[in-house]
Design a protein. Sequence first.
Length: 209
Amino acid sequence: MTRSIRYTLVSDGSSDAALMFPIQWLLSDLGWHEANGNWADFRHLPTPPKSLPERLVTACEHYPCDLLFVHRDAETKAVQFRVNEIRKAIATSSQTVPHVCVVPVRMLEAWLLHDIHAIRRAAGNPNGSQALNLPTLDQVENIADPKQVLREALLSAVATTGRRRRRAERDFGVNLHRVADLIKDYSPLRQLSAFTHFESTLRQALALL
């Protein structure tokens, strides 16, 4: 039997909409092949919600779903600290939709550094051989600024100067989404504590549906 689900992602910022790709991959890997998701985009609203409880209420109003993914980057905090923030916001918002906390360490970009081929393709130079100085998986959760590491890797992968490199610098947000889209296997992330926590809570939520 094909299992289907509607889900909505509430993220810290617009660039974090790239989390839709690992979420979609994991749902499919867990057997939910008909997963239809929306990123909660509040930018078109006359008065966008500001606090997390307000954003959760608005997300459920504008993007009805069976499951709500709530993202916060851990940054300098422990994963559990952010999880508790999300749970408090859920309680404050009085939302009854099942939710899953998505808290990468330290930020989303840490989950995009394991696939050198996706980074090279996103940079438009799939056959490049330049060293990208990517961390190993057991290092990514200790990097202070994964976003900067990904930015530098994408620029190194371009392997040129001038207009093309300047365009890559300008289009980092677009290329970040391309990397997330081009990664076809997120299973290596199961070596990371934050991802295993995410998968565990997702399994629990799906079991209740």
